[in-house]
Design a protein around this ligand. Structure first.
Ligand code: 1HN
Length: 348
């Protein structure tokens, strides 16, 4: 659709336009099509890939250059060039960083209005304390730090621990609602496995959950269990059917954070899958395996620990390069936000 040809600023008398500006006003019609384009949103988000092999040496160097006390959180941010590097957006709504913690280091306790998660990329011995519960961090584990919950990190193992941080920071900052509060280190008042043991089996809940709900009952999703569940799902999915599991709040069966959604995908050996086009943007992180991604017109070869940006309304095809081994991917998206706003669309 071509639509109406709208008047530009140049069609207006200079003195009239000057008076509008002096009164802190503007005419809508010269800008209307920019903010409300026909058919598809304007997307500045580029379908880029961040390769872990490129970034890892710089992240380890940050560990030498900047003591943790001088960084609070030692992070290299994955910035989408289409959105301006300084704006620290992987997509318009999703912030992604790679955080390094070395043995014996601690990242101090705080809580904030943005929602955050950690997805462990490498290393052993890391942990996050959330709401008085110490959550071990093993490779591929997803740890939630929901809005307003205290969280701090530590490392009791050997060698570097690296995880991916995902936050709804661009949204919360964009609505001028982003802030944090510092606190003293938390008292750990819950046993190891407090939440994972209670909610370890889908379809079964601690009985008391029927009467008493907490907002965020499950804070850690061990990768070992997600990987096994994907394999079991793959065994009953038809060829060509997308093998994808959503991480949910076990008490409500819906997304586990207000704005961001999380899912895991298994690409069976040799499999190529076109995902449905959606209104939501996403970031995809490779947990295991190698393959190709076609995102709109961008073709990327991906390997373990690489991360890709998927713009809103993008065409998206994934293929596994191996004919013998599966590939596993972790996806963060803003579909919960779209659903809450009533703008979520799934195009078939
Ligand atoms: C944050 O709280 C963490 O707790 C990491 O590890 C990255 C980026 C922006 C704002 C808050 C963390 C963050 C962050």
């Amino acid at each position: 659709m071509s639509g109406m040809d709208l008047s530009s600023i140049d069609d207006l008398p200079k003195d009239y336009y000057g008076k509008l500006v002096a009164n802190n006003t503007l005419p809508l019609w010269p800008s209307l099509r920019a903010v409300l384009p026909y058919g598809k949103p304007v997307r500045r988000t580029q379908p880029v890939i961040w390769r872990y092999a490129d970034i890892r040496p710089d992240l380890l160097r940050a560990g030498e250059l900047t003591p943790i006390e001088k960084a609070e959180r030692r992070v290299l941010v994955l910035c989408n060039p289409g959105l301006g590097l300084e704006n620290m957006q992987a997509t318009a709504s999703i912030y992604i960083g790679l955080q390094l913690i070395q043995p014996g280091e601690t990242a101090p306790n705080h809580k904030h209005s943005p929602s955050a998660v950690r997805f462990v990329v490498e290393g052993e011995g890391g942990f996050t304390v959330v709401n008085g519960e110490k959550l071990p961090m093993e490779k591929g584990d997803l740890i939630l730090t929901p809005p307003g919950l205290w969280h701090e990190h530590g490392h009791e193992g050997k060698g570097p621990v690296v995880w991916l941080d995902a936050l709804d920071l661009p949204v919360i900052y964009g609505i001028e609602a982003s802030y944090c509060i510092e606190g003293g280190s938390q008292v750990i008042d819950k046993a190891v496995g407090h939440c994972t043991a209670r909610y370890r089996q889908g379809g079964l809940l601690p009985y008391a959950s029927l009467d008493r709900r907490t907002s965020y009952p499950l804070l850690r999703f061990p990768w070992k269990e997600v990987r096994e569940s994907l394999q079991q799902l793959a065994a009953v999915c038809a060829k060509g059917e997308l093998v994808q599991l959503a991480y949910v709040n076990p008490e409500t069966g819906t997304e586990c954070l207000p704005t961001l959604g999380f899912s895991a995908i298994m690409l069976r050996p040799g499999e190529e899958i076109t995902l449905p086009r959606r209104s939501a943007s996403a970031v995809v992180h490779v947990v295991e395996g190698e393959g190709h991604a076609l995102v709109d017109d961008a073709q990327h070869r991906f390997g373990e620990a690489d991360t890709l940006a998927i713009p809103t309304h993008a065409d998206f095809t994934l293929s596994n390069a191996s004919n013998s081994a599966p590939a596993y991917l972790f996806m963060v998206d803003d579909a919960p936000l779209h659903r809450k706003l009533g703008i979520y669309e799934l195009f078939s």
